[in-house]
Design a protein around this ligand. Structure first.
Ligand code: ADP
Ligand code: MG
Length: 340
């Protein structure tokens, strides 16, 4: 439904987007993940017709975003990185204005604005001037504007940037809800965010697509291999005999464990193989108790860092905000909206 082909954007000699091609299918939440400067906003700005590409095409439901801009834009709602909010309008005035721009039929406007203000939880603020709203509320007004007209595709550029942990939880919840009825594309430089929210992750680095898969698929992508670690009560030789008798193991090592009379076996298999059940029974057969069995997976973070070569990015302050988000989620105290 959205087809991006060989997209290039040059700023002078700088290539911000470098021959990017991908396809977006209906009904999923997609995440553009990449460090700052990767080209996420540039790509989104081209996809939504805000800026023109240097080369390449974007087609939305068959409409070229450059040649058939109006038809193409009808299918998209966009929350840019800096939403163009009119500070001296009230929330309702702004949404009415946006509805007019989107050519929503006059008799549907009031109803839609009502529904969307409810959905984004800004109804209480409808008479407030936008300039007097907190960052969290401003972001929701921007989001409401993107949802107006109920476009098939909703594109959100870093929708949680600059928000506090509680606001982040709420916006992520709202995005998930939107994903039930719309195709959503969001960008983020925060790995755990796309992992928590998205069905498909597209990793962008230096203007190029370096990986595209589900969060699970990306984790499994690493060399196509999976590793298991087993702590087994028994002699090394006995354990080795059992392991040699199992199919699907491509490599293994067995060493003595920190626990007395135990060995630690690390088994490598093809990513698609899951040998935990046959391994368990084969060891049980030989009266070799499995005391612990776990999968050793490379985290998505390892993969991201490997693909983008952005080890330094990891040192940023983000993990801290993520920790706060997690703490808040665990608290479950998500009802008080006073600081939004
Ligand atoms: P992201 O959104 O992933 O952080 P951007 O798309 O904003 O990345 O930027 C990609 C690259 O293009 C960056 O190196 C940025 O400095 C450059 N860039 C973006 N917009 C412009 C512009 N208007 N003029 C010149 N360079 C730009
Ligand atoms: Mg950006």
């Amino acid at each position: 439904m959205i087809k991006v082909e060989n997209l290039v954007k040059r700023y002078g000699s700088h290539v911000a987007v470098d021959h990017l091609s991908f396809q977006i299918d209906t009904g999923k939440i997609y995440g553009f993940l990449g460090p700052n400067g990767a080209g996420k906003s540039t790509t989104m700005n081209i996809m939504t017709g805000y800026i023109a590409p240097s080369e390449g095409t974007v087609t939305i439901n068959g409409h070229d975003i450059v040649k058939e801009a109006e038809e193409a834009k009808q299918c998209i709602g966009y929350l840019p990185e800096m939403p163009p909010l009119y500070q001296d309008m009230t929330v309702r005035e702004y949404l009415t204005f946006a509805a007019e721009l989107k050519k929503i039929p006059k008799k549907e406007r009031a109803q839609q604005i009502h529904e969307i203000m409810d959905m984004t939880m800004i109804a209480d603020m409808e008479k407030r001037l936008i300039k007097n709203l907190s960052k969290g509320y401003k972001q929701r007004v921007g989001l409401a504007q993107a949802i107006l007209g109920y476009p098939e595709v909703i594109i959100l550029d870093e929708p949680t940037v600059g928000l506090d942990p509680k606001q982040i939880i709420e916006i992520r919840g709202l995005i998930k809800k939107l994903g039930e009825k719309h195709t959503v594309i969001l960008s983020s430089h925060i790995l755990s965010e796309v992992q928590a929210v998205c069905d498909e992750i597209m990793i962008i680095s230096k203007g190029r697509l370096v990986a595209s898969d589900t969060p699970e698929g990306l984790t499994g992508l690493m060399n196509g291999k999976a590793s298991l670690e087993a702590h087994i009560l028994g002699e090394k030789e006995e354990v080795e005999t059992v392991i040699r008798g199992l199919s699907g193991i491509t490599n293994y090592s067995i060493e003595s464990s920190h626990e007395a009379d135990c060995v630690k076996a690390v088994l490598e298999t093809d990513a698609k193989e899951d040998i935990r059940v046959p391994l368990f029974y084969a060891l049980a057969d030989k009266k070799l108790p499995v005391l612990a069995l776990s999968r050793l997976e490379k985290s998505l973070e390892d993969i991201f860092l490997e693909l983008t070569g952005e080890a330094a990015e990891k040192q940023e302050a983000e993990p801290d905000i993520e920790r706060q988000v997690q703490e808040k989620e665990e608290e479950g105290g998500n009802h008080d909206e006073s600081n939004l």
